[in-house]
Design a protein around this ligand. Structure first.
Ligand code: ADE
Ligand code: ZN
Length: 326
């Protein structure tokens, strides 16, 4: 069976990776003493044992705690560098990296420190690894819209170093409409817009992300499978879904990978893509997401080709280059 080799070798884009979710326990344990940060785990193994999640919130609690070791520009660089090396090994040729500035500015780390460290890693990766990488600033939806506006204000001096905005963190109870005004402002500023919707939350959140936030892609969106009218809308408007199978497995969105609805989404004509979300926490980077999902759900080489093509079609690569890639 040569399908796993095809999956590993095919060029692909990753569009849903939280860079703080690529922070491996080994790097957490290297950064903690470097920065004088105490972590309540005895060892790398002890920390990894805590990675047993029951839902999104149980993961987020430990993910934000892990990010507390990031203080200096070099820390952000080292984290993004490690991810981009892994991505290049998986034949990812283009990556759009989410980052959560509020997780860091709330601890007294400056916006400049965060963006400069991440951006320098992206620039070096282009020069040294031949992988293109850009940044998408995510607002934390459990915080207020006012806090999001303030974060946008702090980031605008670095407007040339990120291509768009996203919306992440605790979904249920924090619907897209909470951020309608800040997303309208981002649209005026010419920023790309994406939002997590329909990961754990209802199809209604996907509708409002589209109609009120005017997002260009939906992150996750797997709950859309429960709403036939929404499925038709997503197909008709070719709204990409950045699906993350191993994440959905580890956060108990589906009971097992065989039950994942990626195939249903593809066969309904949606522009679905495969992504890693938080690979350090969910046990697999891009190629693991591809090989494990294909093995469990019986997707074909034709699906592989479609997923690779979708990843470029859904990307924010400039239109002329994108057209050449798809
Ligand atoms: N932040 C990091 N990973 C996330 C996810 N899967 N859903 C929502 N917010 C996140
Ligand atoms: Zn995510």
């Amino acid at each position: 069976d040569r399908l796993p080799e095809l999956l590993r070798r095919m060029p692909k884009a990753e569009l849903h990776i939280h860079i703080e979710g690529s922070l491996e326990p080994e790097l957490i344990f290297a950064l903690a003493p470097r920065n004088g940060v105490k972590i309540p785990y005895a060892s790398v193994e002890d920390l990894r044992r805590a990675y047993a999640f029951t839902n999104l919130q149980s993961f987020l609690d430990i993910y934000y705690a892990g990010a507390s070791v990031l203080l200096k520009e070099q820390d952000f660089y080292d984290m993004a560098r490690a991810y981009l090396l892994k991505a290049a090994q998986d034949n990812v040729v283009h990556a759009e990296l989410f980052f959560d500035p509020q997780t860091h500015t709330a601890r007294g780390v400056s916006m400049e420190t965060v963006i400069h460290g991440l951006h320098r890693a992206c620039a070096d990766a282009q020069a040294e690894l031949g992988i293109s990488a850009s940044l998408i600033l995510c607002f934390l939806r459990h915080l207020s819209e006012e806090d999001a506006f303030e974060t946008l204000e702090q980031a605008l001096p670095y407007r040339d170093k990120f291509i768009g905005v996203g919306l992440d963190s605790s979904e249920v109870g924090n619907p897209p409409e909470k951020f309608a005004r800040v997303f309208a402002r981002c649209r005026e500023l010419g920023l790309h817009r994406v939002a997590h919707a329909g990961e754990e939350g209802p199809p209604a959140y996907v509708w409002t992300a589209l109609d009120l936030l005017k997002v260009e892609r939906i992150d996750h969106g797997v709950q859309s499978g429960r709403d036939a009218a929404l499925m038709q809308r997503l197909a008709a408007d070719r709204i990409p879904l950045t699906v993350c199978p191993l994440s959905n497995l580890k956060l108990c969105v589906f009971p097992d990978l065989a039950s994942h609805n990626l195939r249903q989404l593809l066969d309904a004509g949606l522009v679905a893509t495969v992504n890693s979300d938080d690979p350090a926490y969910f046990g697999g980077y891009m190629n693991e997401n591809f090989t494990q999902t294909f093995a469990a759900t019986g997707l074909s080489s034709q699906h592989a080709y479609t997923l690779a093509r979708n990843s470029f079609a859904a990307s924010f690569i400039d239109a002329a280059t994108r057209q050449r890639l798809i």
